[in-house]
Design a protein around this ligand. Structure first.
Ligand code: ADP
Ligand code: MG
Ligand code: MG
Length: 210
């Protein structure tokens, strides 16, 4: 498989919903240590609403799957992560107007998503947020494509880098979001949003067959 289809995009969002549901307790535990302990329930509620919408909608383009998913997260998740994830998916969706997208087009779309979330939340790399999983994932995806990797290999590399990026947030001091209220005391804990971003990329890898 070397292009992203509408069905693949739907399968990605459904797999993300399953994964957020499965890992909700773990995400909540991470958020309880440095936030307010709702990240797992936020992700579970948001993505379960996304899965519901996907089931009864016909989509004209790859992007429309992501855009509707993003809008649904914004309207169903009260926490910071709803608007943040919603912005990533909505911005990524805008560019993908065809019924298929190439691996490079998906990269450009996800980069738009990352730029949009950085614009919204003002987070830099190393601020201990979801950006610390997103940025290395997209860098690895891009490097893999430059090396001639196909979609599966590039997405696999992105998922591994997102997981490593999430792990690498443990020693960081949070400078954005609720965890930043703790200052230095946020060190020693993984950022929950970086952890859920790693799950999002793992879900993509699982449906691409990476
Ligand atoms: P809330 O903090 O409102 O309870 P969640 O617990 O669902 O929302 O999400 C917290 C996650 O959101 C953090 O772990 C972090 O990854 C992400 N986050 C918070 N603020 C920002 C920001 N300004 N930029 C990027 N990500 C952020
Ligand atoms: Mg929270
Ligand atoms: Mg909250």
């Amino acid at each position: 498989m070397d292009s992203v289809t509408i069905d693949l995009a739907r399968a990605w969002m459904r797999a993300a919903a399953e994964s957020m549901d499965e890992h909700a307790e773990e995400l909540t535990r991470l958020d309880a240590a440095i936030g307010d302990g709702d990240h797992g329930s936020n992700m579970r509620r948001g993505f379960s609403a996304v899965a519901g919408k996907l089931a009864d909608t016909d989509f004209p383009s790859v992007g429309s799957v992501l855009t509707l998913s993003g809008r649904t997260l914004i309207s169903t998740v009260g926490g910071a992560s709803g608007p943040l994830y919603g912005t990533v998916l909505r911005s990524a969706g805008k560019r993908l107007t065809g019924s298929t997208a190439s691996p490079g087009e998906l990269l450009d779309a996800l980069r738009d998503g990352m730029e949009a979330v950085r614009g919204l939340g003002g987070a830099q790399v190393r601020d201990k947020t979801m950006v610390d999983a997103l940025a290395p994932a997209l860098a690895a995806y891009s490097a893999a494509l430059e090396d001639g990797a196909d979609l599966g290999a590039a997405v696999g590399a992105a998922a591994r880098a997102a997981g490593e990026g999430a792990q690498a947030t443990v020693p960081m001091t949070a400078r954005k979001g609720r965890a930043s209220y703790l200052g230095e005391r946020s060190r020693g804990h993984q950022d929950p949003g970086a952890a859920s971003t790693a799950l999002l990329f793992a879900a993509l890898a699982s449906v691409v067959g990476a």
